[in-house]
Design a protein around this ligand. Structure first.
Ligand code: ARG
Length: 573
């Protein structure tokens, strides 16, 4: 509809130029004034003329009436009416449908791309789990929001660099090494891999409650690691390899790949230069033995750069990483997707980067998101009360397979479909909410075929596939030529026309849920159309061809939209 709004603004702008040459109005100004009335009785598009009254020194109803006269006869509108100070447009959806369907047929899966990213690079830092800690549902957010943002930016033409900033350095490795030496064995780790590492990590916390000296032992092990002790380094590398293998399984299910796995350890030798720069710029203060940057002028607590013992911290590594990325990728934006719990931390070190005089400081973007609980339960790694992402995915996949067996569907391709639909259901459910909302994941609900779910969306996509498969060759490239449309067709046209602006909103607000909700709107519009309008059985040749074209356009746009939120296009379900 954005296109329509644009076209209407253009039309009004030239009409106004003829009417009031002394006070020209740009299409941009008019575009900003145009609105979609919430009540369809008021038309599909409206221009409130009140703000124009002052510049034109004319009463709003008179402005509306004058513009109304000038807009008559345009085939994109069924009617243009001046009502009070409003100019109301009733859109001719047959005419819009002809344009939109032609556009989709021409551009295919490129339809909806704003092409704003051409020649620009975006770095996206997401997923980034802490190695050897479990990959739990808390990581769902950063992983799927992050990847969806990547796909959206790629769609807009940006060159994207996806970075998995692994938490592969820090005291947790001291703990793990300590636990492994005390209670672990090579055999057990080889047999149970990540599960054993997590068990060791959980055990460490349980035992350290009773015996706090374990914490010192862990610190000593980490110190040894930092100073290059070969045994500890070998264990560290081994733990990382095991963890990475595990993550890859989840990433594969989601269809995610990264361009770089440079984690926190990668920046060890890149921090001194930045710390030196802070010193030279007189940014560092000593606070209780630690080196910090004072941020009180910005109402923030100080940003910790070095601990008392001289060791670096999470923000220190992030500052070095940001500089490295700016130098390596020359990014237009560097986006970080983490839980909202880290918002302050990011605000702090972004400010430090600004104070350090880096000109790209305002290209750093933090994208936070809310918490996830499962069936109402909060999770915590330390207590061992974790629900792993892979277990959630497995439960969802099992359920879909079970339904398929119950329905006696063919076993061919069943595994693949069960994975696409099971994993997709969880992702869809998660991404249907605004990212800042705290989410309670109820797996049963996510898997429902009746609700506003992933399976329902994928099912609708499969429905478009099966209709199109029955279309005879003669109609393969049928176009939309209808001169009149039913209410359901008009709604579907409107929905198809809305895709570009929903994509734009998702990009502007770093909010994939705009796409998810768009998918639900499109599915609802298509299913109503499918139930009310006969497609292949339609007698009238023009209507039939137009309906085939609408089905094909839905197929294209729905498929595109699904893949933008990390779902697979399922030809059959
Ligand atoms: N590893 C961190 C965590 O699990 C997230 C890292 C996010 N990225 C970054 N550059 N700080 O909380």
């Amino acid at each position: 509809m954005l296109i329509l709004k644009q076209q209407t603004a253009d039309l009004l702008s030239s009409a106004a130029a003829a009417l009031w040459p002394q006070a020209p109005m740009s299409a941009g100004d008019l575009f900003a004034l145009l609105e979609f009335p919430p009540d369809p009785a008021m038309g599909d598009l409206a221009l409130p003329c009140f703000k124009l009254a002052r510049t034109l020194r004319t009463a709003p109803p008179a402005i509306a009436a004058a513009l109304c006269e000038a807009c008559r006869g345009d085939d994109r509108y069924l009617s243009v009416e001046a009502v009070g100070g409003y100019l109301n447009f009733r859109v001719n959806f047959a005419a819009v449908g002809r344009r939109v369907c032609a556009d989709i047929a021409l551009r295919g899966e490129d339809y909806g791309s704003p092409h704003t990213g051409e020649g620009r690079t975006v770095v996206l830092d997401y997923s980034s789990p802490n190695v050897a800690k479990p990959f739990h549902v808390g990581h769902l957010g950063t992983t799927v929001i992050g990847h969806s943002l990547r796909l959206l930016h790629e769609f807009a033409g940006y060159k994207c660099v996806g970075i998995n900033h692994l938490g592969d350095w820090g005291t947790q490795f001291g703990k793990l090494i300590c636990a492994y030496r005390r209670w672990g064995s090579k055999e057990a780790v080889e047999a149970r891999e990540i599960d054993e590492l997590v068990a060791l990590y959980v055990r460490f916390h349980a035992e350290a409650e009773a015996d706090p000296s374990l914490e010192d032992e862990a610190r000593a092990e980490f110190k040894k690691l930092e100073t290059g002790d070969p045994d500890n380094l070998a264990l560290w590398r081994w733990f990382i390899d095991i963890s990475l293998r595990e993550y890859q399984k989840t990433y594969r299910q989601l269809g995610i790949t990264f361009d770089s796995y440079n984690g926190e350890s990668f920046y060890t030798d890149k921090m001194p230069r930045q710390i030196e720069r802070m010193r030279e710029q007189n940014l560092l203060r000593i606070d209780d033995g630690a080196s910090v940057v004072d941020l009180s002028a910005w109402n923030m607590p100080p940003c910790l750069i070095l601990k008392r013992d001289g060791s670096t911290l999470y923000p220190t590594r992030d500052i070095a990483a940001a500089v490295y990325r700016a130098e390596t990728y020359d990014f237009d934006k560097c986006i970080y997707v983490t839980s909202a719990g880290q918002s302050r931390l990011f605000a702090q070190w972004f400010k430090v980067v600004e104070l350090m005089g880096y000109p790209w400081y305002d290209r750093l973007v933090h994208v936070p998101y809310g918490t996830v609980s499962i069936n109402g339960e909060k999770l915590s790694t330390r207590s061992g009360n974790v629900i792993l992402l892979k277990d959630i995915f497995r439960a969802a996949i099992d359920k879909v397979r079970e339904i398929s067996i119950q329905k006696n569907e063919s076993a061919e391709g069943r595994e693949e479909i069960a994975e696409a639909v099971g994993v997709g259901a969880i992702v869809f459910y998660y991404l249907s909410n605004n990212r800042m909302r705290d989410i309670n994941l109820v797996i049963e609900d996510a898997l429902s075929f009746d609700g506003n779910t992933g399976p329902y969306a994928q099912y609708t996509y499969a429905r478009t596939c099966s209709i199109l498969a029955k279309v005879a060759d003669a109609d393969a490239s049928a176009s939309f030529d209808a001169v009149a449309v039913t209410a359901e067709e008009a709604d579907l046209v409107r929905c198809l026309a809305l895709f570009p602006e929903r994509v734009q909103a998702a990009l502007d607000e770093y909010e994939p849920s705009h796409v998810t909700r768009y998918i639900l709107d499109l599915c609802a519009a298509f299913n109503r159309f499918y139930h009310e309008c006969s497609i292949l059985g339609c007698e009238d040749a023009t209507t039939r061809r137009s309906r085939i074209a609408l089905t094909r356009c839905t197929h294209t746009v729905l498929g595109r939209a699904l893949t933008l939120i990390c779902l697979k296009k399922t030809e059959k379900i």
